[in-house]
Every structure is written in structure tokens, then in C-alpha cells.
Ligand binder design. Structure first.
Ligand SMILES: NC(=O)c1ccc[n+]([C@@H]2O[C@H](COP(=O)([O-])OP(=O)(O)OC[C@H]3O[C@@H](n4cnc5c(N)ncnc54)[C@H](O)[C@@H]3O)[C@@H](O)[C@H]2O)c1
Ligand SMILES: O=C(O)C[C@H](O)C(=O)O
Length: 356
């Protein structure tokens, strides 16, 4: 005969139906992870997203949950991390998802991570430059990088927060101060410029964008975004009119989206796609795949500037080789001078923010 549960047990059972266990945020679930038979031990890399509840963070988290190279996915934000974590964690893909809310959980979010992707920070509104975001985002990036230096100093960092031309130097200075700086592990994400360039060039040439590869060098703001149309694959030639149109559209792709969103933010979905494309390349490099090459804003000796976006080869140690610029045509040489002129100030601004 079944024992009759006492009233308190019955109330507890009814209440647990009405108020199902909260999504896993640390130890909040009624059936704790330790009691589950599956330990989520699939082989793969541990990845954290900082700013995971934002416009980029959410689709980025979804796409990383779908990436078979990821075994553990940590979602950190200062707001709404529990909701996003609950939602994403129901996807029946391999990665185990854990959520972390607020500064006091930053250390737990970062400990043991192989790759940290940072889309935390405010986006532009129409009329603003990326540099207008410096005031708020510089401090956010500093805090998060201090956390990385403390909790996962060997992690590869993919920095998305704008202005990338200044936030990457900020991150480098924070890591230097902490004694953990490895230039090969700090990569500013400029992949969206490449994704846009491939799309716009394919449109002009009448090709499938998946068959087009446009190197984009320099930085990630206005004239610092320098597409090398003379090096497009498959080899292609452009009229002067096409070159001017394409260069302008690639350099102002971000503004095109900011204006279309009319105050509701900047590129999020195409950025999440680009971020995952780049993160996947980093993970394939970490796995030891040969010939993984993408563009990124990195510490560099390709020009006289300390940072510059170039094609880089990714490997077990992050960036393993930075490629030179190759032969440039006259139009690109003029563009390069303009890009360097603006980059000097943006890099210096980031360095000074930490040193002063
Ligand atoms: N590199 C690129 O190509 C590229 C492309 C698009 C956007 N961006 C930049 O990415 C950033 C984010 O854009 P978005 O559209 O996702 O913005 P968003 O406002 O939608 O999301 C930002 C998220 O960051 C979180 N956040 C704020 N402070 C934080 C902190 N201290 N720690 C952790 N999280 C914090 C917010 O709570 C929010 O969830 C912006 O700076 C934007 O300019 C860069
Ligand atoms: O343009 C922006 O402010 C966001 C981002 O840098 C982009 O290129 O879309």
C-alpha cells in the first residue's frame, strides 16, 4: 500500500508544479546538477560570453550553443542572465549552459574558460561615432579584463565592444598591468567588416557570397576599415566607380544599420553571425586544425602602429602568425595612410585610459 504523504509534502509537491525550479544559476535548481546522471562531460571547449543578455549576446549565445566544438557555455551579464540561460539551456545540443548574474559571479563565470567573447557595452544611436561610446565602454572592458586576468589568464579573448580600435589597447594594458599579457591571445573582432565586404562584393560581381573572400585590414571604424579589393578571391577587377562605391559601403556598413534601426541599437544579428564565425575559427585553431586564417585587430608589426587589423593564422596558442599587407594599389595606399592617421589617436586614447 502506498504511504499517504502528509499535508506539507502535498503542498510542497503542488507548489513545485506551480513554481517550477528556477533555471540553473549556480545551485538554484531543485534537482541539482550533482544529482543528475548526465554530467555534461562531452569533449570540447569552455566558452564564456560576457554581455550575453544583450542584442548581440543573445543570438551569439544561441549560435554558440549550436557549435559542436563547445562543451560548456557560460553566459554572464549584469541583467537578465537567468532568463537567457533558461531559454538557451533547453536547446537539445551538446553544450552545457550555465548562467551568471552580476559582478560577484564574474569570477565563477570565467574560471577555467578557454575562450571569452565580449559583446558587453552600449551600442551607437544615429549621429554617434563609435568613439562616442568610449566613455562608458572603456570602463566596462577594463572591469571584465581585470576579471579575465584573475580567473582565466590563458583564455583567448575575442573583443567585440566598441570602439574596438581603443578597447583592444585597453585590454592589452589591463593584462600588462596584471602581468598576464599574451598578445597572441587578444583579438579584436573585425569579422563583421569581412562578412559585409564579402556580401557587397558578391552583389557587385554577381557571385555567391560564400565563394568570395575580401581581406579587410586597418581597424574597425570609418576610414580605418580598409577593404583590399585588389586582393579579392576569386581574382576580380573593379571599375573606379565600383571601387569607390564598395569601399564607402563597407566602411559605413555599421552606420547603415544604426540609421535603419533608428535609435534601437546597432548591428546585432549579423554581428552574432560574424562573432560565431570568428570564435569557431579560434576554436578550430585551438583544436590544432591547420590553415585557419581570418582577419582581426591585433598587436602587430605590419605597420609602425602597435595594433592593426590584418589576416592572422590561428592555432593552438591563439594567433600564431600575422600576415603582411601584400601588394596594394594606389587607391589602397592612400586609404592606408588615412586609416593609420586615425588609428594612432584611437590606440593612444585606450592606452592612456589605463596608464593615466
Ligand atoms: N566589433 C564589432 O564589429 C561590433 C559590431 C556590432 C556591435 N558592436 C558593439 O558591441 C557592443 C554591444 O552591442 P549590443 O547591440 O549587444 O548592445 P546591447 O546594449 O544590446 O547589449 C549589451 C549588453 O552588455 C551588458 N553589459 C553592460 N555592462 C556590462 C558589464 N559591466 N558586464 C557585463 N555585461 C554588461 C548589458 O547588460 C547588455 O545586456 C556595443 O559596444 C557595440 O557597439 C561591435
Ligand atoms: O556600427 C556600430 O556602431 C556597430 C558595429 O561596430 C558595426 O560595425 O556594425
Amino acid at each position: 500500500m502506498q504511504p499517504i504523504p502528509d499535508v506539507n509534502q502535498r503542498i510542497a509537491r503542488i507548489s513545485s508544479h506551480l513554481h517550477p525550479p528556477k533555471p540553473q544559476m549556480e545551485e538554484s535548481s531543485a534537482l541539482r546538477r550533482a544529482n543528475c546522471r548526465g554530467k555534461g562531460g562531452a569533449p570540447g571547449f569552455k566558452v564564456a560570453i560576457l554581455g550575453a543578455a544583450g542584442g548581440i549576446g543573445q543570438p551569439l549565445a544561441m549560435l554558440m550553443k549550436m557549435n559542436p566544438l563547445v562543451s560548456i557555455l557560460h553566459l554572464y551579464d549584469v541583467v537578465n542572465a537567468p532568463g537567457v540561460t533558461a531559454d538557451i539551456s533547453h536547446m537539445d545540443t551538446g553544450a552545457v549552459v550555465r548562467g551568471f548574474l552580476g559582478q560577484q559571479q564574474l569570477e565563477a563565470a570565467l574560471t577555467g574558460m578557454d575562450l571569452v567573447i565580449i559583446p558587453a557595452g552600449v551600442p551607437r544611436k544615429p549621429g554617434m561615432t563609435r568613439d562616442d561610446l568610449f566613455k562608458i565602454n572603456a570602463g566596462i572592458v577594463r572591469t571584465l579584463c581585470e576579471g579575465i586576468a584573475k580567473s582565466c589568464p590563458r583564455a583567448i579573448v575575442n573583443l567585440i565592444s566598441n570602439p574596438v580600435n581603443s578597447t583592444v589597447p585597453i585590454a592589452a594594458e589591463v593584462f600588462k598591468k596584471a602581468g598576464t599579457y599574451d598578445p597572441n591571445r587578444l583579438l579584436g573582432v573585425t569579422m563583421l567588416d569581412v562578412v559585409r565586404a564579402n556580401t557587397f562584393v558578391a552583389e557587385v560581381l554577381g557571385l555567391d557570397p560564400r565563394d568570395v573572400d575580401v581581406p579587410v585590414v586597418g581597424g574597425h571604424a570609418g576610414v580605418t576599415i580598409l577593404p583590399l579589393l585588389s586582393q579579392v578571391k576569386p581574382p576580380s577587377s573593379f571599375t573606379q566607380e565600383e571601387t569607390i562605391y564598395l569601399t564607402d559601403r563597407i566602411q559605413n556598413g555599421g552606420t547603415e544599420v544604426v540609421e535603419a534601426k533608428a535609435g534601437a541599437g546597432s548591428a546585432t544579428l549579423s554581428m552574432a553571425y560574424a562573432a560565431v564565425k570568428f570564435a569557431d575559427a579560434c576554436l578550430r585553431g585551438l583544436r590544432g586544425d591547420a590553415g585557419v586564417v581570418e582577419c582581426a585587430f591585433v598587436a602587430s608589426q605590419v605597420t609602425e602602429l602597435p595594433f592593426f587589423a590584418s589576416k592572422v593564422r590561428l592555432g593552438r596558442n591563439g594567433m600564431e602568425e600575422v600576415y603582411g599587407l601584400g601588394a596594394l594599389n594606389e587607391y589602397e595606399r592612400i586609404g592606408l595612410e588615412k586609416a593609420k592617421k586615425e588609428l594612432v589617436g584611437s590606440i593612444e586614447k585606450g592606452v592612456t585610459f589605463i596608464r593615466s
